[in-house]
Design a protein around this ligand. Structure first.
Ligand SMILES: [Zn+2]
Ligand SMILES: [Zn+2]
Length: 339
């Protein structure tokens, strides 16, 4: 079978690999659609310290059951599914606290182990999820949207609250769609007007341009001078990390999904004076997947606009290289493997 391999930083190519056979308890999958994740781009750029090369990337997947390993009885050949891409250790403090999404020893498909950007793949049957009524496009979008949905859960967002989201890439859009789905009023913030339009299509009631608009003044206007109850940061820059704390309401919540690549200097008095809840958000839980599946089934996400490019497996290495050169042009690339 053909697979996409990131051989070393900056080098992606198609390779021949033996078609896998499912071990007991596993499913053999015929891969239909795989979304490129920001993580896959980091791997290509050699910026993900968790990756050893060569690596087959890919964990945002729509697939069809092609075969069953011994002992698998709850799946049938031909069923469509998506894959829960995380494997937790079960014994670290996160796992023991019922929060396996932030497992200290987590392994994600395509990062610490080979992913599914290949014609076939095997996975433990317990990692397969059904999503009745969703097509391959939606199935492959579930996982990236769950990351934002988990941040909304971490922010304990409730209906009627104002939630500001920094960053309208694939992850930020998931947060916007999930918060709006819960009935919050979402203010989307970005430097790119096209991304702000997409944010509005995902449910953002207001959009602010981080350079043209005076964010503090506009957010105060929208909230009777209080500031947003929740700020979610999905950019990963020191300036937006700081702005989240500066702009959030007193007694508000700040949730960070982005990874700032450099240290961030804070006016820490705001942590205390505002008595902030500042929380990190990593990956997602099974219940976030269920929420996103419901949100997609309800037609709340403009999936055809979020996917900015469809490519074949043969063109997938070039698409990755182009994404590396012009990251701003891409919200989501889908690799279509079905012939
Ligand atoms: Zn992903
Ligand atoms: Zn663990």
């Amino acid at each position: 079978m053909k697979a996409l391999e990131i051989t070393k930083p900056g080098a992606a190519r198609l390779v021949d690999r033996p078609e896998p056979t499912p071990a007991p308890g596993e499913l053999l999958l015929r891969i239909h659609t795989v979304g490129y994740c920001g993580t896959d781009l980091s791997t290509y750029r050699g910026r993900n310290p968790l990756v050893a090369y060569p690596r087959i990337p890919g964990h945002e997947v729509a697939a069809v059951v092609e075969g069953l390993g011994e002992g698998v009885s709850d799946w049938t050949v031909g069923e469509q599914l998506l894959v829960f891409p995380y494997t937790e250790c079960g014994v670290c403090s996160s796992c023991l606290a019922g929060r396996p999404n932030c497992c200290k020893n987590n392994q994600t498909l395509g990062v610490q182990r080979d992913g599914v950007l290949a014609e076939f793949a095997t996975i433990p049957a317990g990692k397969a999820m059904r999503a009745a009524g969703l097509g391959p496009r939606e199935l492959a979008l579930v996982e990236p949207l769950t990351v934002g949905a988990h941040a909304v859960a971490r922010g304990q967002v409730t209906a009627g609250e104002t939630v500001a989201v920094f960053g309208c890439g694939a992850i930020g859009l998931g947060a916007i769609a999930a918060a709006s789905y819960l009935g919050a009023r979402v203010v989307a913030i970005d430097v790119d007007d096209a991304k702000l339009d997409l944010a509005a299509a995902c449910g953002a009631a207001e959009r602010l341009h981080s350079i043209r608009d005076d964010l503090g003044a506009r957010l105060n206007e929208l909230t009777e001078g209080h500031g947003p109850a929740v700020v979610i940061e999905a950019v990963g820059l020191p300036a937006t990390f700081r702005a989240a704390v500066d702009l959030v309401a007193f007694a508000g919540r700040v949730v960070y999904i982005g990874y700032a690549k450099e240290p961030v200097a804070y006016e820490t008095k705001w942590f205390v004076m505002k008595e902030l809840d500042i929380r990190g958000s990593r990956n997602a839980l099974a219940r976030d997947f269920e929420q996103v599946i419901a949100m997609l089934a309800a037609g709340r996400v403009p999936t055809e606009r979020i996917v900015t490019q469809d490519v074949s497996l043969a063109d997938a290495p070039t698409a990755l290289a182009n994404w590396d050169r012009a990251p701003g042009d891409v919200t989501k690339i889908h690799v279509q493997l079905r012939k």
